[in-house]
Design a protein around this ligand. Sequence first.
Ligand code: NDP
Length: 245
Amino acid sequence: MNEKLESKVVLVTGASSGIGRATALALSKAGALVAAAGRRTENLQQLVKEARGEILAVELDVTDRESAQRAVSTTVEHFGRLDALVNNAGLMLAGMVVGANTDEWVRMVETNLLGSMFMADAALPHLIEAQGTLIQVSSTSGRFASAGAAVYSATKFGITAFAEAVRQEVTGRGVRVVVVEPGFVETELTTHTTDPVMRDAADQIGQSMRTLQPENIADAIVFALTQPEHVSINELLVRPTDQVH
Ligand code: NDP
C-alpha cells in the first residue's frame, strides 16, 4: 500500500496484456482504484480475478472516439473521479517503408497516435478537476528512429510532441504530464508484426539481451505517480542495461 495512491482513480489503457496489465496490477496493489481498459475483455476479467484491490474492467477501442469517451465516463461514474490516465495502448507492426503495406500504417497511426489523443481529450477535463496526471507511454523509438520502424517511430515521436504541448497547456492548472519511454520489454508487442524477417529480427534482439519485464515499467509509472504534487517527472527513459540503442 502506498498512501499517495490510496483511493486514487487510475485508468490504464492496453491493460489486457504486457505493460498495461502489469501497471494495473501494481497500481491496484499500491492501493489505487483501477479501471483496466482494452478490447480483449476476457483478459481483463482474468486481471480482475488476480488483483488484490478493486479493478474495473472497461471495454475500449482507442481508435473509436466514442469508445474513448465512454471508457472515461464509465470510470468516472463508477469511482466518482479520475486522478490519472496511463495512455499505454499501442501496436507495433515493424516493416520497411519501401514496399510497405500502408494499411498497417493506418492501424498504427490510428491506435498509437490518434487513439492516445482521443483518450487524452476524454480524460483531460477530469484530470484538470482532480489536478491529476497524464502518463503517455512512448518508447525509445520516440527518441531515435531506425530502419524498419519508421511509422511506429513517427507515432511515438508524435506522442512525445503531443505530451509536451499538453504539458505547457495544463501544468499551470496542477496537471502533471509524464512521458515514459521503455526500451525492449518482453511482451506480445513484436508478435503482431506480419513481416517474418522483421519478426525474426525482433526475436533475435530479444534473445541477445536481458530484456525488461513489464513490471519494470510498471514500477517506473508508480514512481512517477507517487511523487509529491509539486514534483513533475516529465520524462522517464528506461532501457535494459544490455540495450545499446
Ligand atoms: P502488448 O501488445 O502486450 O500490449 C498492447 C496493449 O494495447 C494490449 O493490451 C492491447 O489490448 C492494447 N491495444 C491495442 N490496440 C488497441 C485498441 N485499438 N484499443 C484499445 N487497446 C488496444 O504490448 P506492450 O505491453 O509492450 O505495449 C504497451 C505499450 O508500450 C505500447 O504503447 C508500446 O508501443 C509501448 N512500448 C513497448 C515496448 C516493448 O518493448 N514491449 C517498448 C517501448 C514502448 P487489446 O488487444 O485487448 O485491445
